[in-house]
Design a protein around this ligand. Structure first.
Ligand SMILES: [Zn+2]
Length: 234
């Protein structure tokens, strides 16, 4: 095996390690994103419950004021009823008292249901807040574990990159340029061995002359079909 080929295969071996470490970092990022998503969902549902509570409380407050107004009105109606003497006026005043009594009964019943609803929504909010707190406590541990794992991988990655750069320095410029170009658009390997008379990756037949040059170790050639670098193994 020619020293150039040896150098570029050594580079590829280290780049495989770099790619694996980058893959691990992406996996951790995906886990963190999942944690964020889980938390956001709970927060959204909590925000919705709070907004419902606000609306129901506003309704309850407004209705409570209305009830107070109607109660005051009813007191005036009853006072009027006390002082009217003519039967016709008494009948009219009584009708007004009765009508408002019905309205008040209806409103107070609504007020009661609204109070129950507000209470229920607050109960739900407390439950959701508790769930969010528990989630945060649980996620804090998970996030700390992910951060520690990430730091370890980043340290490994820095080492692997420095090894990779050192190895790249031993690869001739012309080969390195091709290699880097293929690496930048390809997530799989850059170098593939010839398999019989064909490219080891895409199985396209390689013309004999070029195949012979590769086999003799005189060239690390590009597969014209799939664009990887070809070499003769062993
Ligand atoms: Zn090919």
């Amino acid at each position: 095996m020619s020293p150039d080929l040896e150098a570029v295969l050594a580079l590829q071996a280290e780049d495989t390690i770099v790619a694996q470490l980058n893959g691990k970092l992406r996996a951790i990022d995906a886990k963190l994103k999942a944690l964020d998503g889980e938390r956001a969902q709970l927060e959204e549902s909590l925000a919705r419950a709070r907004s419902t509570a606000e609306q129901e409380e506003k309704k309850r407050r407004e209705l409570a004021i209305k009830v107070e107004d109607h109660k005051a009105m009813q007191e005036r109606n009853l006072a009027t009823l006390d002082v009217v003497r003519k039967p016709k006026e008494a009948t009219a005043a009584m009708a007004q008292v009765d009508m408002l009594k019905k309205v008040l009964t209806q409103e107070e019943s609504e007020l009661h249901s609204l109070s129950l609803r507000v209470h229920d929504v607050h109960h739900a909010i407390d439950g959701q807040q508790k769930a969010l707190d528990e989630l945060d406590a649980r996620q804090q541990e998970q996030r700390a574990a992910h951060a520690a794992e990430r730091a370890g991988i980043e340290a490994e990655l820095a080492k692997a990159k420095s090894v990779r750069n050192e190895r790249a320095a031993h690869v001739p410029k012309s080969i390195l340029l091709k290699y880097e170009r293929i690496l930048s658009r390809n997530t799989s390997n850059v170098l593939y061995p010839l398999r019989g008379q064909a490219c080891g990756r895409c199985d396209t037949a390689i013309p004999m002359q070029r195949r012979n040059a590769i086999a003799a170790g005189r060239a690390i050639d590009v597969c014209e079909a799939c664009g990887v670098l070809l070499y003769a193994a062993g």
